[in-house]
Design a binder for this molecule. Structure first.
Ligand SMILES: Cc1cc2nc3c(=O)[nH]c(=O)nc-3n(C[C@H](O)[C@H](O)[C@H](O)COP(=O)(O)O)c2cc1C
Length: 426
């Protein structure tokens, strides 16, 4: 469902909060979004901006499912299917994203939020960057962008990922297009990390029709329905990026990162700018939900996996719960190992049996309390590749972050009497 169509749908169902108050993108909007994190907000009167600002499109699992036209429990299967069967999108002429062409670039006209006074600058947080890798082809991924001036950002480009690999191998600038104001299915696809050579926009197109438009100034294609497109170059010039509060709601390190120069802006009439609150519910779910299918598929190769949840206390990124139907004595431990393969940034995982409701963390803790013994069900791994977002991990500039990992097998011990472990529910 296109963004505007989804907003109409939400409005009809009373699920859209339309904010008439003229809140400033400088600190005020972020504060408002933080206070209404699980709601879809549409800021109608943004001082100095002709369009509107949306936030919270993916702030609840139910919203994502609604946008994809499925029940929440069908999210994992539909994402697994799309990841395994990408479909090349068609290219269309006269796309909505090019209704207005702005050759004189002035990024300060966009309602780019400054979230906290201590931030390094205003930040684009829901921009999907599209590049072409000389060997692997098209790649779409999120990159936060800190505004430097009317024409330039400094981009956070995580080492070893799609954009970084392509940027490192070209000798000059890397052409880049940043699409802002996208439908939920494209946001979800862009936050996946498929194997190199698999195009996230083809995964998006497998989820829902995703026609593309040719950029006007670059040899790139972008979603035709995008509200705003910034066509530019990721240069070899570097600048300090940050400070910035990231997913874990802790300050990320300030690093020298590439400068993105924008050469052309195209947009729809009265464009809807998407603002995603860093470390908020929408950020957590967008990062985490695309990892549930990859954990599911990896665990399913070694045991019968029934369900997976990335959990909010672990920012939907560092913690997961995996539900299995145990068929052998080693299944719990094998599931732990596989879960870490399915999501390499995962730090702690709990494996539970099919009778545990993994949407209720109190039940997961109950399983740990009653079924787990640390001297036989605990897996501790040292010096593993970990998440750059975890402040307690070992960070060495230019090298992969290292972390310890822990898996808890909270399944009923193999061969035990089932009745001894059954929860009697009042
Ligand atoms: C909301 C959100 C923000 C993100 N911000 C960044 C970022 O600033 N830099 C980055 O390299 N990856 C970021 N990511 C991760 C990328 O979207 C993507 O998952 C990653 O680059 C891996 O994909 P790739 O290897 O195909 O490029 C973010 C993801 C989400 C969902």
């Amino acid at each position: 469902m296109e963004l505007r169509e989804f907003l109409s749908f939400l409005r009809t169902h009373g699920l859209l909060r339309e904010v008439e108050e003229p809140l400033s993108p400088y600190l005020e909007m972020a504060r408002f979004i933080a206070a209404h994190q699980e709601e879809v907000l549409l800021f109608k009167n943004v001082p100095g901006y002709e369009g509107e600002v949306v936030s919270g499109l993916c702030a609840k699992r139910e919203l994502m499912a609604m946008a994809l036209g499925v029940q929440p429990q069908a999210l994992i299967p539909i994402l697994v299917k799309a990841m395994q069967n990408p479909v090349t999108p068609p290219i269309v002429e006269n796309p909505p994203c090019q209704e207005v062409v702005e050759e004189k670039v002035d990024l300060t006209k966009l309602p780019i939020l400054k979230h906290l006074a201590e931030d390094g600058g205003p930040y684009v947080t829901a921009g999907v960057a599209i590049i072409k890798d000389p060997d692997y082809g098209r790649n779409a991924s999120f990159h936060r962008l800190m505004l430097l001036d009317e024409k330039r950002f400094v981009a956070r480009v995580v080492e070893g990922r799609g954009t970084h690999t392509a940027w490192s191998k070209v000798s000059g600038d890397l052409e880049i297009a940043v699409a802002i104001g996208l439908p939920v299915h494209i946001l979800i696809a862009a936050s996946m990390s498929p194997p190199k050579g698999v195009d996230e926009l083809s995964i998006a197109n497998a989820l829902a029709p995703t026609p593309l438009a040719r950029c006007l100034a670059k040899d790139l294609e972008v979603p035709a329905c995008a509200e705003i497109v910034l066509e530019g170059r990721l240069t070899k010039k570097l600048a300090p990026e940050g400070p910035f509060i990231d997913l874990t709601q802790t300050w990320d390190y300030v690093r020298e990162q590439p400068i993105l120069e924008v050469d052309l802006v195209t947009h729809r009439k009265r464009p809807i700018y998407h603002a995603l609150l860093p470390g908020g519910a929408e950020h957590r779910l967008l990062m985490g939900i695309p990892r549930e299918p990859t954990i599911f598929s990896a665990v399913n190769e070694v045991a019968e996996c029934l369900d997976v949840r990335v959990t909010p206390g672990g920012m939907c990124w560092l913690h997961a719960v995996v539900k299995i139907r145990k068929r052998g004595p080693e299944d719990g431990l094998r599931a732990i190992e596989a879960a870490f393969k399915g999501h390499p940034s995962l730090k702690h995982v709990v494996i539970v049996d099919e009778d545990v409701d993994i949407d209720r963390l109190e039940e997961v803790e109950w399983a740990i309390a009653t079924r787990f013994q640390a001297d036989r069900g605990l897996v501790v791994l040292r010096d593993q590749p970990g998440s750059s977002l975890d402040p307690s991990a070992k960070h060495t500039p230019g090298r992969k972050t290292l972390t310890a990992k822990m898996g808890i097998d909270a399944t009923v011990p193999w061969g035990a009497k089932a009745e001894d472990f059954k929860r009697i529910r009042w």
